[in-house]
Ligand binder design. Sequence first.
Ligand code: FAS
Ligand code: PHB
Length: 393
Amino acid sequence: MRTQVGIIGSGPAGLLLSQLLHLQGIDTVILERQSREHVQGRIRAGVLEMGTVQMLRDAQVHERMEREGIIHEGIGLAFAGRTERIDFAKHTGGGTVMIYGQTEVTRDLIEARLAAGGILKYECPAVAVEDYDTNQPRIIYEEDGQRKELVCDFVAGCDGYHGVSRQSVPQDKLTVYEKIYPFGWLGILSDVPPIDKELIYANHERGFALCSMRSHTRSRYYVQCGLDDRVENWTDDAFWDELRRRLPERVADNLVTGPRLEMSIAPLRSFVAEPMRFGNLFLAGDAAHIVPPTGAKGLNLAASDIFYLSRALIAYYGEKRTDLLDRYSETALRRVWKAIRFSWWFTSMTHRFDDDPINRRLQIAELDYITGSEAGQTTMAENYIGLPFETFE
Ligand code: FAS
Ligand code: PHB
Protein backbone atom coordinates (compact mmCIF):
# COMPACT_ATOMS: atom_id res chain seq x y z
CA MET A 1 0.00 0.00 0.00
CA ARG A 2 1.22 3.56 -0.65
CA THR A 3 0.25 7.05 0.52
CA GLN A 4 1.77 10.51 0.79
CA VAL A 5 1.82 10.79 4.61
CA GLY A 6 1.62 7.65 6.74
CA ILE A 7 0.34 8.45 10.25
CA ILE A 8 0.81 6.12 13.21
CA GLY A 9 -1.84 6.72 15.87
CA SER A 10 -5.48 7.78 15.89
CA GLY A 11 -5.24 10.12 18.87
CA PRO A 12 -5.69 13.91 18.64
CA ALA A 13 -2.30 14.45 16.95
CA GLY A 14 -2.75 11.86 14.21
CA LEU A 15 -6.39 12.67 13.54
CA LEU A 16 -5.88 16.44 13.43
CA LEU A 17 -2.91 16.09 11.07
CA SER A 18 -4.87 13.76 8.78
CA GLN A 19 -7.83 16.14 8.66
CA LEU A 20 -5.76 19.28 8.00
CA LEU A 21 -3.81 17.54 5.21
CA HIS A 22 -6.99 16.11 3.71
CA LEU A 23 -8.43 19.64 3.41
CA GLN A 24 -5.38 20.49 1.28
CA GLY A 25 -5.78 17.42 -0.93
CA ILE A 26 -2.90 15.52 0.67
CA ASP A 27 -3.48 11.78 1.09
CA THR A 28 -2.90 10.10 4.43
CA VAL A 29 -3.45 6.69 6.00
CA ILE A 30 -3.82 6.32 9.78
CA LEU A 31 -2.68 3.07 11.39
CA GLU A 32 -4.10 2.57 14.90
CA ARG A 33 -3.27 -0.27 17.29
CA GLN A 34 -6.53 -0.17 19.22
CA SER A 35 -10.16 -0.50 18.12
CA ARG A 36 -12.17 2.61 17.26
CA GLU A 37 -14.36 1.96 20.33
CA HIS A 38 -11.29 1.79 22.60
CA VAL A 39 -9.88 5.04 21.21
CA GLN A 40 -13.22 6.83 21.51
CA GLY A 41 -13.76 5.50 25.04
CA ARG A 42 -10.63 7.07 26.53
CA ILE A 43 -11.22 9.67 29.28
CA ARG A 44 -8.39 12.20 29.09
CA ALA A 45 -8.01 15.96 28.79
CA GLY A 46 -10.71 18.53 29.29
CA VAL A 47 -9.28 22.00 28.60
CA LEU A 48 -8.57 23.43 25.13
CA GLU A 49 -6.27 26.43 24.66
CA MET A 50 -7.38 29.16 22.28
CA GLY A 51 -4.84 27.99 19.69
CA THR A 52 -6.27 24.48 19.79
CA VAL A 53 -9.81 25.82 19.42
CA GLN A 54 -8.73 27.78 16.32
CA MET A 55 -7.07 24.68 14.84
CA LEU A 56 -10.28 22.70 15.27
CA ARG A 57 -12.09 25.51 13.46
CA ASP A 58 -9.44 25.41 10.68
CA ALA A 59 -9.98 21.64 10.53
CA GLN A 60 -13.73 22.25 10.09
CA VAL A 61 -14.61 20.04 13.10
CA HIS A 62 -15.69 22.83 15.42
CA GLU A 63 -19.49 22.84 15.18
CA ARG A 64 -20.28 20.55 18.14
CA MET A 65 -17.47 22.13 20.17
CA GLU A 66 -18.96 25.60 19.60
CA ARG A 67 -22.40 24.24 20.54
CA GLU A 68 -21.51 22.13 23.56
CA GLY A 69 -18.17 23.52 24.75
CA ILE A 70 -18.05 25.94 27.70
CA ILE A 71 -15.87 29.07 27.53
CA HIS A 72 -14.03 29.86 30.77
CA GLU A 73 -12.41 33.22 31.58
CA GLY A 74 -10.54 32.16 34.70
CA ILE A 75 -9.61 29.50 37.26
CA GLY A 76 -9.61 29.38 41.05
CA LEU A 77 -6.53 28.64 43.15
CA ALA A 78 -7.44 27.31 46.61
CA PHE A 79 -4.84 27.43 49.40
CA ALA A 80 -4.59 28.24 53.11
CA GLY A 81 -8.38 27.91 53.48
CA ARG A 82 -9.23 30.47 50.78
CA THR A 83 -9.80 30.65 47.02
CA GLU A 84 -8.33 33.33 44.75
CA ARG A 85 -9.36 33.76 41.09
CA ILE A 86 -6.99 34.16 38.16
CA ASP A 87 -8.83 36.35 35.65
CA PHE A 88 -7.61 35.29 32.18
CA ALA A 89 -9.62 37.90 30.31
CA LYS A 90 -8.34 40.80 32.43
CA HIS A 91 -4.67 39.75 32.31
CA THR A 92 -4.43 38.61 28.68
CA GLY A 93 -6.67 41.10 26.89
CA GLY A 94 -9.67 38.79 26.63
CA GLY A 95 -8.04 35.35 26.61
CA THR A 96 -10.17 32.29 27.46
CA VAL A 97 -10.06 28.48 27.41
CA MET A 98 -12.71 26.05 26.15
CA ILE A 99 -13.99 23.20 28.28
CA TYR A 100 -14.55 20.37 25.80
CA GLY A 101 -13.32 16.84 26.49
CA GLN A 102 -10.59 15.15 24.45
CA THR A 103 -13.07 12.29 24.08
CA GLU A 104 -15.36 14.64 22.12
CA VAL A 105 -12.48 16.10 20.05
CA THR A 106 -11.44 12.58 19.08
CA ARG A 107 -15.01 11.62 18.14
CA ASP A 108 -15.50 14.75 16.03
CA LEU A 109 -12.23 14.15 14.15
CA ILE A 110 -12.88 10.44 13.55
CA GLU A 111 -16.38 11.16 12.24
CA ALA A 112 -15.06 13.91 9.93
CA ARG A 113 -12.29 11.71 8.54
CA LEU A 114 -14.60 8.75 7.92
CA ALA A 115 -17.27 10.99 6.36
CA ALA A 116 -14.64 12.23 3.91
CA GLY A 117 -13.59 8.67 3.05
CA GLY A 118 -10.41 8.83 5.10
CA ILE A 119 -8.43 5.60 5.50
CA LEU A 120 -8.31 4.88 9.25
CA LYS A 121 -7.13 1.33 9.91
CA TYR A 122 -8.06 0.25 13.45
CA GLU A 123 -6.58 -2.79 15.19
CA CYS A 124 -3.63 -2.46 12.80
CA PRO A 125 -0.57 -1.93 15.01
CA ALA A 126 2.60 -0.53 13.45
CA VAL A 127 5.56 -2.70 14.40
CA ALA A 128 8.38 -0.62 12.90
CA VAL A 129 9.26 2.39 10.78
CA GLU A 130 11.95 1.50 8.24
CA ASP A 131 14.01 3.54 5.74
CA TYR A 132 12.88 6.77 7.41
CA ASP A 133 16.08 8.43 6.18
CA THR A 134 15.20 7.72 2.54
CA ASN A 135 12.53 9.31 0.31
CA GLN A 136 10.41 6.18 0.65
CA PRO A 137 10.03 5.43 4.36
CA ARG A 138 7.96 2.35 5.16
CA ILE A 139 5.66 1.54 8.05
CA ILE A 140 5.53 -2.17 8.80
CA TYR A 141 2.18 -3.03 10.35
CA GLU A 142 -0.11 -5.93 11.10
CA GLU A 143 -3.60 -6.38 9.69
CA ASP A 144 -5.73 -9.47 10.28
CA GLY A 145 -2.65 -11.27 11.55
CA GLN A 146 -0.61 -10.54 8.41
CA ARG A 147 2.50 -8.36 8.12
CA LYS A 148 2.03 -5.55 5.61
CA GLU A 149 3.85 -2.37 4.67
CA LEU A 150 2.73 1.18 3.96
CA VAL A 151 5.14 3.05 1.67
CA CYS A 152 5.07 6.84 2.18
CA ASP A 153 6.75 10.11 1.34
CA PHE A 154 6.67 10.99 5.06
CA VAL A 155 5.79 9.24 8.33
CA ALA A 156 4.15 11.10 11.22
CA GLY A 157 4.78 9.29 14.51
CA CYS A 158 1.65 10.26 16.46
CA ASP A 159 1.63 7.05 18.48
CA GLY A 160 1.99 8.39 22.00
CA TYR A 161 4.52 7.66 24.72
CA HIS A 162 4.40 3.87 24.28
CA GLY A 163 4.37 3.97 20.50
CA VAL A 164 6.77 2.40 18.01
CA SER A 165 7.92 5.45 16.04
CA ARG A 166 10.32 6.85 18.64
CA GLN A 167 11.51 3.29 19.30
CA SER A 168 12.34 2.92 15.59
CA VAL A 169 15.09 5.49 15.91
CA PRO A 170 18.52 4.33 17.19
CA GLN A 171 18.54 5.46 20.80
CA ASP A 172 21.94 7.14 20.34
CA LYS A 173 20.28 9.60 17.94
CA LEU A 174 17.83 10.69 20.66
CA THR A 175 18.40 12.95 23.65
CA VAL A 176 15.83 12.16 26.32
CA TYR A 177 14.94 14.36 29.30
CA GLU A 178 12.71 12.90 32.03
CA LYS A 179 11.42 13.87 35.45
CA ILE A 180 9.22 11.36 37.32
CA TYR A 181 6.99 12.90 40.00
CA PRO A 182 6.61 10.94 43.27
CA PHE A 183 2.83 10.80 43.02
CA GLY A 184 -0.10 10.29 40.62
CA TRP A 185 -3.62 11.62 40.08
CA LEU A 186 -6.67 9.59 41.04
CA GLY A 187 -9.51 10.83 38.83
CA ILE A 188 -13.26 10.30 38.93
CA LEU A 189 -15.85 11.10 36.26
CA SER A 190 -19.44 11.45 37.49
CA ASP A 191 -22.75 12.78 36.21
CA VAL A 192 -23.07 15.44 38.88
CA PRO A 193 -23.10 19.24 38.46
CA PRO A 194 -19.69 20.88 38.88
CA ILE A 195 -18.78 22.34 42.27
CA ASP A 196 -18.18 25.77 40.77
CA LYS A 197 -18.57 27.54 37.44
CA GLU A 198 -14.80 27.43 36.80
CA LEU A 199 -11.98 24.95 37.56
CA ILE A 200 -10.42 25.02 41.02
CA TYR A 201 -6.84 23.85 41.70
CA ALA A 202 -6.27 23.19 45.41
CA ASN A 203 -3.04 23.04 47.39
CA HIS A 204 -3.74 21.23 50.69
CA GLU A 205 -1.49 19.67 53.32
CA ARG A 206 -3.12 16.31 52.54
CA GLY A 207 -2.27 16.76 48.84
CA PHE A 208 -3.40 18.38 45.60
CA ALA A 209 -6.99 18.33 44.34
CA LEU A 210 -8.59 19.57 41.11
CA CYS A 211 -12.26 20.31 40.47
CA SER A 212 -12.97 20.18 36.73
CA MET A 213 -15.87 19.40 34.46
CA ARG A 214 -17.00 18.13 31.05
CA SER A 215 -20.36 19.95 30.94
CA HIS A 216 -22.87 21.57 33.28
CA THR A 217 -24.03 18.09 34.32
CA ARG A 218 -20.83 16.03 34.18
CA SER A 219 -17.85 16.64 36.52
CA ARG A 220 -14.24 15.47 36.58
CA TYR A 221 -12.30 15.53 39.86
CA TYR A 222 -8.77 14.52 40.81
CA VAL A 223 -6.89 14.00 44.07
CA GLN A 224 -3.14 13.49 44.32
CA CYS A 225 -2.36 9.91 45.33
CA GLY A 226 0.68 7.74 46.06
CA LEU A 227 2.54 5.93 43.28
CA ASP A 228 1.58 2.64 44.95
CA ASP A 229 -2.11 3.54 45.14
CA ARG A 230 -4.70 1.54 43.22
CA VAL A 231 -8.24 2.31 42.06
CA GLU A 232 -9.35 -0.83 43.93
CA ASN A 233 -8.37 0.92 47.18
CA TRP A 234 -11.05 3.56 46.68
CA THR A 235 -14.81 3.47 47.06
CA ASP A 236 -16.76 6.38 45.60
CA ASP A 237 -17.51 7.65 49.11
CA ALA A 238 -13.83 7.47 50.10
CA PHE A 239 -12.97 9.58 47.05
CA TRP A 240 -15.63 12.20 47.77
CA ASP A 241 -14.60 12.38 51.47
CA GLU A 242 -10.93 12.91 50.54
CA LEU A 243 -11.80 15.53 47.95
CA ARG A 244 -13.97 17.38 50.47
CA ARG A 245 -11.10 17.41 53.01
CA ARG A 246 -8.79 19.10 50.50
CA LEU A 247 -11.11 21.99 49.60
CA PRO A 248 -11.89 25.20 51.49
CA GLU A 249 -15.11 24.73 53.48
CA ARG A 250 -17.11 27.24 51.45
CA VAL A 251 -16.18 25.38 48.26
CA ALA A 252 -16.72 21.89 49.70
CA ASP A 253 -20.23 22.89 50.83
CA ASN A 254 -21.23 23.01 47.14
CA LEU A 255 -19.96 19.51 46.31
CA VAL A 256 -22.58 17.24 44.74
CA THR A 257 -21.49 13.60 44.81
CA GLY A 258 -22.63 10.61 42.78
CA PRO A 259 -21.53 7.24 41.44
CA ARG A 260 -18.42 6.97 39.25
CA LEU A 261 -18.73 6.61 35.51
CA GLU A 262 -14.99 6.02 35.49
CA MET A 263 -12.13 6.08 38.00
CA SER A 264 -8.46 5.84 37.05
CA ILE A 265 -4.95 6.74 38.18
CA ALA A 266 -2.54 8.63 35.91
CA PRO A 267 1.17 8.86 36.74
CA LEU A 268 2.86 12.26 36.43
CA ARG A 269 6.03 12.76 34.45
CA SER A 270 7.81 15.35 32.33
CA PHE A 271 9.43 13.81 29.28
CA VAL A 272 10.97 15.22 26.10
CA ALA A 273 12.74 13.36 23.30
CA GLU A 274 14.87 15.51 21.01
CA PRO A 275 14.95 16.07 18.11
CA MET A 276 11.43 15.50 16.75
CA ARG A 277 12.58 14.77 13.20
CA PHE A 278 14.63 11.91 11.75
CA GLY A 279 14.88 12.14 7.98
CA ASN A 280 11.30 11.78 6.78
CA LEU A 281 9.97 10.59 10.16
CA PHE A 282 8.40 13.33 12.26
CA LEU A 283 7.34 12.82 15.89
CA ALA A 284 4.34 14.74 17.25
CA GLY A 285 2.38 14.83 20.50
CA ASP A 286 2.96 12.34 23.29
CA ALA A 287 5.32 10.36 21.03
CA ALA A 288 7.81 13.19 21.64
CA HIS A 289 6.82 14.70 24.99
CA ILE A 290 4.75 14.17 28.12
CA VAL A 291 3.74 16.83 30.64
CA PRO A 292 2.14 16.46 34.07
CA PRO A 293 -1.60 17.23 33.50
CA THR A 294 -1.52 20.09 36.05
CA GLY A 295 -1.26 22.77 33.37
CA ALA A 296 -3.71 21.04 30.98
CA LYS A 297 -1.00 21.07 28.28
CA GLY A 298 -0.75 17.49 26.94
CA LEU A 299 -3.52 17.61 24.38
CA ASN A 300 -2.75 21.24 23.57
CA LEU A 301 0.92 20.49 22.86
CA ALA A 302 -0.16 17.72 20.48
CA ALA A 303 -2.23 20.34 18.66
CA SER A 304 0.64 22.85 18.54
CA ASP A 305 3.03 20.25 17.09
CA ILE A 306 0.44 19.62 14.39
CA PHE A 307 0.08 23.38 13.79
CA TYR A 308 3.74 23.36 12.71
CA LEU A 309 3.91 19.91 11.06
CA SER A 310 0.78 20.40 8.96
CA ARG A 311 2.07 23.74 7.64
CA ALA A 312 5.45 22.24 6.82
CA LEU A 313 3.90 19.35 4.86
CA ILE A 314 1.42 21.62 3.06
CA ALA A 315 4.31 23.92 2.02
CA TYR A 316 6.20 20.88 0.72
CA TYR A 317 3.35 19.48 -1.36
CA GLY A 318 2.13 22.89 -2.46
CA GLU A 319 5.43 24.58 -3.28
CA LYS A 320 8.07 21.83 -2.94
CA ARG A 321 9.48 23.81 -0.01
CA THR A 322 11.58 21.94 2.52
CA ASP A 323 12.54 24.88 4.76
CA LEU A 324 9.58 24.47 7.12
CA LEU A 325 10.22 20.74 7.38
CA ASP A 326 13.79 21.63 8.37
CA ARG A 327 12.53 24.08 11.02
CA TYR A 328 9.77 21.86 12.46
CA SER A 329 11.66 20.24 15.32
CA GLU A 330 13.38 23.35 16.74
CA THR A 331 10.19 25.43 16.44
CA ALA A 332 7.89 22.83 18.03
CA LEU A 333 10.39 22.18 20.83
CA ARG A 334 10.58 25.88 21.80
CA ARG A 335 6.86 25.81 22.64
CA VAL A 336 7.07 22.31 24.17
CA TRP A 337 9.76 23.36 26.63
CA LYS A 338 7.83 26.47 27.72
CA ALA A 339 4.81 24.27 28.43
CA ILE A 340 6.97 21.71 30.24
CA ARG A 341 8.32 24.55 32.39
CA PHE A 342 4.85 25.89 33.18
CA SER A 343 3.49 22.44 34.00
CA TRP A 344 6.50 21.70 36.23
CA TRP A 345 6.12 25.09 38.00
CA PHE A 346 2.35 24.73 38.49
CA THR A 347 2.83 21.14 39.78
CA SER A 348 5.61 22.25 42.16
CA MET A 349 3.40 24.99 43.59
CA THR A 350 0.31 22.88 44.21
CA HIS A 351 1.32 19.31 45.13
CA ARG A 352 2.60 17.79 48.36
CA PHE A 353 6.17 16.57 47.79
CA ASP A 354 7.36 15.87 51.33
CA ASP A 355 6.67 16.61 54.97
CA ASP A 356 9.20 19.42 55.33
CA PRO A 357 7.13 22.31 56.78
CA ILE A 358 9.27 24.98 55.10
CA ASN A 359 8.39 23.58 51.67
CA ARG A 360 4.68 24.00 52.35
CA ARG A 361 5.21 27.53 53.63
CA LEU A 362 7.20 28.37 50.50
CA GLN A 363 4.35 27.00 48.33
CA ILE A 364 1.76 29.08 50.19
CA ALA A 365 4.00 32.15 49.88
CA GLU A 366 4.33 31.59 46.11
CA LEU A 367 0.56 31.13 45.68
CA ASP A 368 -0.03 34.22 47.83
CA TYR A 369 2.40 36.22 45.65
CA ILE A 370 1.05 34.94 42.30
CA THR A 371 -2.58 35.65 43.17
CA GLY A 372 -1.82 39.00 44.83
CA SER A 373 0.37 40.46 42.10
CA GLU A 374 -0.63 41.80 38.67
CA ALA A 375 2.58 40.35 37.24
CA GLY A 376 1.94 37.03 38.99
CA GLN A 377 -1.61 36.76 37.71
CA THR A 378 -0.48 37.69 34.20
CA THR A 379 2.18 34.99 34.06
CA MET A 380 -0.30 32.37 35.32
CA ALA A 381 -3.01 33.53 32.90
CA GLU A 382 -0.90 33.81 29.73
CA ASN A 383 0.63 30.38 30.23
CA TYR A 384 -2.66 28.70 31.12
CA ILE A 385 -4.57 29.95 28.06
CA GLY A 386 -1.57 28.95 25.90
CA LEU A 387 1.40 30.94 24.66
CA PRO A 388 1.03 32.08 21.06
CA PHE A 389 2.23 29.91 18.17
CA GLU A 390 5.30 31.29 16.38
CA THR A 391 4.77 32.60 12.87
CA PHE A 392 5.60 29.63 10.65
CA GLU A 393 5.16 30.28 6.95
P1 FAS B 1 -2.38 9.65 22.22
O1 FAS B 1 -1.65 8.83 23.21
O2 FAS B 1 -3.68 10.28 22.52
O3 FAS B 1 -2.60 8.81 20.87
C1 FAS B 1 -1.64 7.91 20.41
C2 FAS B 1 -2.37 6.81 19.64
O4 FAS B 1 -1.40 5.95 19.05
C3 FAS B 1 -3.23 5.95 20.56
O5 FAS B 1 -4.53 5.84 20.03
C4 FAS B 1 -2.51 4.60 20.58
O6 FAS B 1 -3.40 3.52 20.69
C5 FAS B 1 -1.84 4.61 19.22
N1 FAS B 1 -0.66 3.74 19.13
C6 FAS B 1 0.30 3.53 20.06
N2 FAS B 1 1.22 2.65 19.58
C7 FAS B 1 0.82 2.30 18.32
C8 FAS B 1 1.33 1.44 17.33
N3 FAS B 1 2.46 0.74 17.52
N4 FAS B 1 0.66 1.32 16.15
C9 FAS B 1 -0.48 2.04 15.94
N5 FAS B 1 -1.02 2.87 16.85
C10 FAS B 1 -0.37 3.00 18.03
N6 FAS B 1 -3.67 15.99 28.82
C11 FAS B 1 -4.26 17.13 29.22
O7 FAS B 1 -4.05 18.17 28.59
N7 FAS B 1 -5.11 17.12 30.30
C12 FAS B 1 -5.40 15.96 30.98
O8 FAS B 1 -6.16 15.97 31.93
C13 FAS B 1 -4.82 14.75 30.58
N8 FAS B 1 -5.11 13.58 31.22
C14 FAS B 1 -4.51 12.42 30.79
C15 FAS B 1 -4.79 11.18 31.40
C16 FAS B 1 -4.18 9.99 30.96
C17 FAS B 1 -4.50 8.68 31.64
C18 FAS B 1 -3.25 10.05 29.90
C19 FAS B 1 -2.55 8.79 29.41
C20 FAS B 1 -2.97 11.26 29.28
C21 FAS B 1 -3.61 12.45 29.71
N9 FAS B 1 -3.35 13.67 29.10
C22 FAS B 1 -3.94 14.82 29.49
C23 FAS B 1 -2.45 13.75 28.01
C24 FAS B 1 -3.19 13.29 26.75
O9 FAS B 1 -4.37 14.00 26.62
C25 FAS B 1 -2.23 13.43 25.61
O10 FAS B 1 -1.48 14.62 25.70
C26 FAS B 1 -2.90 13.38 24.27
O11 FAS B 1 -3.68 12.22 24.20
C27 FAS B 1 -1.79 13.40 23.22
O12 FAS B 1 -2.33 13.06 22.01
P2 FAS B 1 -1.50 12.14 21.00
O13 FAS B 1 -0.14 12.68 20.87
O14 FAS B 1 -2.37 11.99 19.80
O15 FAS B 1 -1.28 10.76 21.75
C1 PHB C 1 -9.62 17.61 33.16
O1 PHB C 1 -10.76 18.14 33.14
O2 PHB C 1 -9.44 16.39 32.92
C2 PHB C 1 -8.41 18.46 33.50
C3 PHB C 1 -8.55 19.83 33.55
C4 PHB C 1 -7.44 20.61 33.85
C5 PHB C 1 -6.22 20.00 34.10
C6 PHB C 1 -6.09 18.62 34.03
C7 PHB C 1 -7.19 17.83 33.74
O3 PHB C 1 -5.15 20.77 34.40
